[in-house]
Design a protein around this ligand. Structure first.
Ligand SMILES: Nc1ncnc2c1ncn2[C@@H]1O[C@H](COP(=O)(O)OP(=O)(O)OP(=O)(O)O)[C@@H](O)[C@H]1O
Ligand SMILES: [Mg+2]
Length: 262
C-alpha cells in the first residue's frame, strides 16, 4: 500500500486536527488602570504535531507570555489554550500541575536545575516525580547527543553554563512529552554548543516526532525550525515556513521598522 505522506511531511501539508497545542483568541492583560499592559491581543495560533516552531519578535512583544499561557504556567485573561484536546483554562490547579508534569517539557533560560542533585538525577527528576520508568536506550541517546556522558555525576555548580543548559535540554527530552516549550533554550550557549543542541532538537522532531516550540532572538537558531511565527505588540504579524537565517533576518528588519514607525 502506498502512503500519502513521505517521511518528511511538509508543514503546510500536515492534516488538519492534529495540533499539539492551540490558542484561540487568547488575550493576556497584566495590571489595570495606568499600569495595564495588553501582553497578548486575541492571538490565535496552532502548533502542529511533530513540527519545530520558532517564535520571534521584538523584546516585550509577548513571546514569553504566549508560551507561558499555552503551557499552563500563567492564566489567560480571555480566549482559550489547548494542549491536545485539553482546554487549560478549564482545569483546576491540581489537574493543571499534573498536565504540565506529564505532557509538557520545558527548557528555560534559567535552567531550574536542583543544586543538590547531579546531572543524571536532574535529567531523570521529572520521570522520578511522575513515577514513570526511564526508557534507558532513549535516555542514553539523549545524554550522548547533548554531550553529557562524562559529566553525569557532576552537580550543576560543577558544570559550565552551557553544560547546565544541556542538562536542562536533556531533562525536557527525557520523558518524551507531547510538546516541549523552550524560552531561548540556546541563548546562553556558544555557537558550537548551541548548534549541537539545536541540531538535536531538530532531529528529535524529524526522527522521533517530538513537537517543539521555541522562543528565540537568533535568526540562525530560528532557521533550524520548520516554521517561524512572528509576534509584535502582542499580535501575530507573520508566519513563515521553511525559514533560512537570511529570510528570518529580512523579516525581522521589516518588523523592527514597522514597530518603530508605530
Ligand atoms: N508579570 C507581569 N506583570 C506586568 N507586565 C508584564 C508581566 N510579564 C510581562 N509583562 C509585560 O507584557 C509584555 C510582554 O512581555 P513578554 O515577557 O511576554 O515579552 P517577550 O516578547 O518575551 O520579551 P523578551 O524578548 O524581552 O523576553 C511586556 O510589555 C511586559 O512588560
Ligand atoms: Mg521573553
Amino acid at each position: 500500500m502506498t502512503t500519502t505522506y513521505s517521511s518528511r511531511v511538509p508543514a503546510a501539508a500536515a492534516p488538519a486536527g492534529i495540533a499539539a497545542a492551540r490558542a484561540t483568541d487568547l488575550s493576556k492583560v497584566y495590571g489595570q488602570g495606568e499600569t495595564k499592559v495588553v501582553a497578548l491581543d486575541r492571538v490565535s495560533v496552532e502548533f502542529r504535531k511533530a513540527e519545530f516552531t520558532a517564535i520571534m519578535g521584538p523584546s516585550g512583544s509577548g513571546k514569553s507570555t504566549l508560551m507561558h499561557c499555552m503551557a499552563g504556567l500563567d492564566s489567560v485573561s480571555s480566549g482559550s489554550a489547548l494542549i491536545g484536546d485539553t482546554e487549560l483554562t478549564k482545569l483546576k490547579d491540581k489537574k493543571l500541575t499534573k498536565l504540565r508534569r506529564d505532557r509538557i517539557g520545558f527548557i528555560f533560560q534559567a535552567y531550574n536545575l536542583l543544586p543538590t542533585l547531579n546531572a543524571l538525577e536532574n535529567i531523570t527528576l521529572p520521570l522520578d516525580i511522575a513515577g514513570r520508568k526511564t526508557e534507558q536506550a532513549w535516555l542514553d541517546r539523549v545524554i550522548e547527543t547533548v554531550g553529557l556522558s562524562g559529566r553525569l555525576k557532576h552537580r550543576p555548580s560543577q558544570l559550565s553554563g552551557g553544560q547546565q543548559q544541556r542538562v536542562a535540554v536533556a531533562r525536557a527530552l527525557a520523558s518524551r512529552p507531547e510538546i516541549i516549550f523552550g524560552d531561548e533554550p540556546t541563548g546562553n550557549l556558544d555557537s558550537r554548543a548551541g548548534a549541537e543542541v539545536l541540531g538535536f532538537l531538530r532531529n528529535s522532531v524529524r526522527e522521533l516526532g517530538q513537537t517543539i516550540v521555541m522562543v528565540t532572538h537568533d535568526p540562525v537558531a530560528a532557521s533550524y525550525a520548520d516554521r517561524v511565527v512572528f509576534l509584535a505588540d502582542g499580535r501575530i504579524v507573520d508566519d513563515m515556513s521553511g525559514p533560512t537565517a537570511e529570510s528570518v533576518l529580512e523579516r525581522m528588519k521589516n518588523l523592527d521598522a514597522r514597530v518603530r514607525t508605530n
